[in-house]
Write a protein that binds this ligand. Sequence first.
Ligand SMILES: Cc1cc2nc3c(=O)[nH]c(=O)nc-3n(C[C@H](O)[C@H](O)[C@H](O)COP(=O)(O)OP(=O)(O)OC[C@H]3O[C@@H](n4cnc5c(N)ncnc54)[C@H](O)[C@@H]3O)c2cc1C
Ligand code: FES
Length: 220
Amino acid sequence: MLRREPRSVVATEVVGPYTLLRVERGSIDPGRPGQFFMLEAPGRLLPRPMSLALAPPRELAFLIDPIGQGTRALCTLEAGDRIGVLGPLGNGFDLEVERPLLVGGGIGVAPLPYLSEQLGGPPAVLGFRTSWHAEAAELVPNAEVVLEPTYVTEAMHGGHDVLACGPEPMLEAVRRLTLHAQLAWEAPMACGYGACYGCAVEIDGELKRLCVEGPVLAAA
Ligand SMILES: Cc1cc2nc3c(=O)[nH]c(=O)nc-3n(C[C@H](O)[C@H](O)[C@H](O)COP(=O)(O)OP(=O)(O)OC[C@H]3O[C@@H](n4cnc5c(N)ncnc54)[C@H](O)[C@@H]3O)c2cc1C
Ligand code: FES
């Protein structure tokens, strides 16, 4: 039975415009790459879903883009602050792939460092708006970086099993190129475990909760 665990912040690091939030792991299972955790920042009513970016010994690390009140609150945490952690949640990437290629766009690179580690450092293509955002590529070994106006889909090589995370238009473009892809989608989430239907999306005419059926779904 999953429950929210209070944990201490170990450290925070600035990575371009993003913050790498490192939290003590304790007995929490880091889960599979692509799974996510609900992080509850002090003073915020609702937790926010975050992919696990790295699982260093005794830690869980999250790469966070401060786009709103919740993410900004998470990025201002300091070593020693307490935070509520629930997870791992959802379905992660299937790691049984022969020729993996990691594809990420913007903050969508967040789950790729852990995914790369678990797959033994496969090639990656990462797209960013600016070279400042592209500092996050340092977390992903063997990455080719493209900056706008070039898109990641222009740098994708054929014949790979694509594992992708990024903004919806990027995922749609990847899907048009290859149906042999696993795509990590996003939707606003309030609970993270199937209770609120806040993350329901229509797939093949059926409403599915992305926090339970996803966030990683087969492109086909
Ligand atoms: C499974 C999953 C994993 C995620 N992993 C990461 C991660 O590793 N790092 C990271 O920085 N972010 C991640 N996100 C996105 C992150 O959860 C949202 O950016 C965050 O909840 C926004 O909260 P806020 O209070 O800062 O912004 P809000 O004030 O709630 O929102 C700011 C703006 O962003 C929009 N928005 C909020 N949440 C989402 C969403 N999920 N999808 C699309 N638009 C949204 C709102 O409509 C609004 O326009 C993930 C989301 C999901 C569903
Ligand atoms: S976030 Fe509540 S059902 Fe998915």
